[in-house]
Design a protein around this ligand. Structure first.
Ligand SMILES: Nc1ncnc2c1ncn2[C@@H]1O[C@H](COP(=O)(O)OP(=O)(O)O)[C@@H](O)[C@H]1O
Ligand SMILES: [Mg+2]
Length: 156
């Protein structure tokens, strides 16, 4: 069974890439937000950031339960899955200028915009993904959805 995780700071393009990839490969697209609801994984709500907080340990457990066939997992938390369960880790990046525009368009609270821009500047998702065997990195402010898809398909 193969598992592709698509990770990166919010608004780097995970859902866009994960959905076209799942459609093209005819693999299951796993929506992490749906799984969080299904397994009631929300532990607290951060009012300031307007975000739900979940335990990574519990989320990993639920995700592993949900993976029943070749799957694409779309989430900035997906790279926390254990190395042995992940065939390919795709890390999406974006220029800070474009990411700021996308985050503002999504109407994120100011503090969350600042924190996400910092996370992107420090390449947090990429650094945390370095444990995985196969990692592909794309900059969605430079590369189109189609060209990214083409390269990913060559690696599967
Ligand atoms: N390769 C790309 N090139 C240009 N814009 C992109 C690309 N991928 C995504 N986007 C745009 O970035 C925004 C965020 O994309 P989305 O897939 O929702 O990101 P995420 O799931 O990481 O939050 C959307 O407006 C989308 O159209
Ligand atoms: Mg998304």
């Amino acid at each position: 069974m193969k598992v592709i995780v698509v990770t990166g700071t919010p608004c780097t393009g995970k859902t866009t890439i994960a959905k076209v990839l799942a459609k093209k490969l005819k693999w299951k697209y796993l929506d992490v937000n749906k799984i969080i609801k299904k397994y009631k994984l929300i532990e607290s709500y951060d009012k300031l950031r307007k975000t739900n907080e979940v335990s990574i340990k519990k989320l990993n457990k639920a995700l592993l339960k949900e993976i029943k066939s070749n799957s694409i997992i779309d989430s900035h938390l997906s790279h926390y899955l254990p190395k042995k369960s992940v065939t390919l880790c795709i890390v999406l990046k974006c220029s800070l200028k474009d990411l700021k525009k996308r985050l503002i368009k999504r109407k994120y609270p100011e503090i969350k915009i600042k924190e996400n821009l910092e996370a992107e500047a420090f390449e947090t998702s990429l650094v945390e993904s370095s444990k995985h065997k196969n990692v592909l990195v794309f900059d969605t402010s430079k590369e189109s959805k189609t060209s990214i898809l083409k390269i990913i398909l060559k690696h599967i």
